[in-house]
Write a protein that binds this ligand. Structure first.
Ligand code: SF4
Length: 211
C-alpha cells in the first residue's frame, strides 16, 4: 500500500458516537491533530497541535486493530480533519469496506472529503467571533450541528436552517449545549421547541463517561 504522504494523528480509538444522528453507534474515531480555530470551550484542546505522523497504511492497520477486525463506521474527527490531505485515506477505507464519517468545522472547501459517506458540519461562533463556513461545506452536509454557548448563538444557529444559505433541504439539524452546562441545555430545549425543524444533541459519551 502506498504511504506517499503522512497525516498528523492525535489518537485512534474505538468507542460510540456521542452526538447527532448516529448517536450511540459504535465507531472507530481517527482524531487528527491541528485545527484552524480556537474555540474557548473546545473539549479536545489536547489535539489542537502536535500529533504523530502516520501513513495511510499505518492508520488502516490501527483501525483494524482497535476494532478487533470488525467492520464498523470510521469517523474522521479532530482537531480539524479537513486541513489535512485526507482524500486518499477515505478512498483506502472505502476499499477496505469501511463506511466513512467526517466531522468538520466547515471552514474548508469539501474537495478532500466529498467522498465521505456522512458529513457533519459544525460551524463555530465564540466570544463574539463568527467563523464563516464554506458554502460548499454547508451544501455537502448530511448534518449541521451548532453548539449553543450564549443567547447570541441562537440567531447564529437559525441562519443555517434551509433554505437559507442553500443548505440541503434533507439536512439533519442539531443544537448542542456547550460543555453540557445546565443553562445551555435549557437554551437548547427552548430553541427546538420554538424551531421544530431542529433537535437537541446531548453528548452521550460524556453522560456514559466514555471517550
Ligand atoms: S473547531 Fe473544534 S477542534 Fe477546533 S478549536 Fe473549535 S471545538 Fe476545538
Amino acid at each position: 500500500m502506498s504511504d506517499e504522504h503522512q497525516l498528523a494523528v492525535n489518537e485512534i480509538f474505538y468507542s460510540i458516537q456521542g452526538e447527532g444522528y448516529w448517536i450511540g453507534t459504535p465507531m472507530v474515531f481517527v482524531r487528527f491533530a491541528g485545527c484552524n480555530l480556537r474555540c474557548p470551550w473546545c473539549d479536545t484542546k489536547y489535539a489542537l497541535s502536535g500529533g504523530t505522523q502516520m501513513g495511510v497504511g499505518e492508520i488502516l492497520e490501527e483501525i483494524r486493530k482497535v476494532a478487533r477486525r470488525q467492520i464498523v463506521p470510521v469517523c474522521l474527527t479532530g482537531g480539524e480533519p479537513t486541513i489535512q490531505k485526507i482524500h486518499t485515506l477515505i478512498s483506502v477505507l472505502h476499499t477496505a469496506g469501511y463506511r466513512v464519517h467526517i466531522e468538520s468545522n466547515g471552514t474548508v472547501a469539501p474537495d478532500e472529503y466529498m467522498a465521505a459517506d456522512w458529513i457533519t458540519i459544525s460551524p463555530k461562533t465564540y466570544s463574539g467571533i463568527l467563523t464563516h463556513p464554506h458554502t460548499g461545506a454547508l451544501r455537502s452536509a448530511n448534518e449541521i450541528k451548532v453548539v449553543l454557548d450564549s443567547d447570541a448563538s441562537v440567531a447564529w444557529a437559525k441562519q443555517f436552517e434551509p433554505p437559507a444559505l442553500r443548505t440541503p433541504t434533507h439536512v439533519c439539524l442539531y443544537v448542542q449545549p456547550e460543555s453540557m452546562r445546565p443553562e445551555m441545555m435549557d437554551l437548547c430545549v427552548q430553541f427546538v421547541k420554538a424551531n421544530p425543524r431542529w433537535r437537541v444533541s446531548p453528548q452521550l459519551h460524556k453522560i456514559l463517561n466514555v471517550r
